[in-house]
Design a protein around this ligand. Structure first.
Ligand SMILES: Nc1ncnc2c1ncn2[C@@H]1O[C@H](COP(=O)(O)OP(=O)(O)OP(=O)(O)O)[C@@H](O)[C@H]1O
Ligand SMILES: Nc1ccn([C@@H]2O[C@H](COP(=O)(O)O)[C@@H](O)[C@H]2O)c(=O)n1
Ligand SMILES: [Mg+2]
Length: 213
């Protein structure tokens, strides 16, 4: 009888002490910022120049909806409301994607979104981020960008956008503050043009340029 994926993942990637991927040294950068601050746009540029693998938690969740899995309806409803999906669901998707990537350098985009995400990821994977890349942008600018994004996303409507802004302020900013207190936040003015923002991003990632794929 086929073993569950979870069972296979556990067998393949946890050591006898229950440590995830204990034989690997993953470099993880959390990419945080409000909805529409440009996380995905800049991650695509960083991938091109510095050899990281881009893992968007939102994209992984949307793929899970499309897969028709048992969690799909719950995820869809929570995304429609701009709410944060239970961490165990998102973390399992991230772990699977990390292990399937064949890479050891990751931009984890839009995660952790709240304290539960942060603490659960650290507990489950034992991974501390190298740093947090924080895209700081005004709500006015982000709202304009989202309303003209035209990607057919169920959450790009003014009602859900406003809810996502509230979730970002109430739940995600405290996570950024947590890492700021550890001296681990690199803050970027994301209100500038795409190219100007990437100039600032390049400076932060310059230590990784030699290792680009
Ligand atoms: N610096 C910028 N100036 C103007 N438009 C931008 C800039 N960066 C991204 N955009 C545009 O804004 C929209 C949102 O960008 P993006 O999808 O990268 O944001 P995000 O932070 O990943 O948002 P979400 O959290 O909703 O996924 C896109 O249409 C993108 O083309
Ligand atoms: N850690 C996360 C990340 C995202 N979500 C849900 O997905 C929505 C879209 O995320 P984007 O980063 O693509 O904007 C987000 O609004 C949440 O509903 C999540 O639950 N947990
Ligand atoms: Mg995005």
């Amino acid at each position: 009888m086929m073993r569950s994926l979870e069972n296979q993942l556990t067998t393949m990637f946890y050591d006898v002490n229950g440590n995830f991927a204990a034989d690997k040294k993953f470099v993880v950068v959390f990419v945080l910022g409000g909805p529409g601050s440009g996380k995905g746009t800049q991650c695509a540029n960083i991938v091109q120049h510095f050899g990281f693998t881009h893992l968007s938690a939102g994209d992984l969740l949307r793929a899970e909806i499309k897969s028709g899995s048992e969690n799909g309806t719950m995820i869809q409803n929570m995304i429609k409301e701009g709410k944060i999906v239970p961490s165990e669901v998102t973390i399992k998707l991230l772990q699977q994607a990390m292990l399937e990537s064949g890479n050891d350098k990751f931009l984890i985009d839009g995660f952790p979104r709240n304290e539960e995400n942060r603490a659960a990821f650290e507990h489950v994977t034992k991974i501390e981020p190298e740093f947090v890349l924080f895209f700081d942008c005004s709500e006015e600018e982000m709202e304009q960008r989202l309303l003209s994004r035209n990607q057919g996303r169920v959450d790009d409507n003014i009602e859900t956008i406003r809810k996502r802004f509230r979730v970002f302020v109430e739940s995600s900013i405290p996570v950024i503050e947590y890492y700021k207190a550890k001296g681990k936040v690199s803050k970027i003015d994301a209100g500038k043009s795409v190219d100007e923002v990437f100039e600032d991003v390049k400076a932060i990632f310059s230590p990784y340029s030699a290792q680009a794929a």
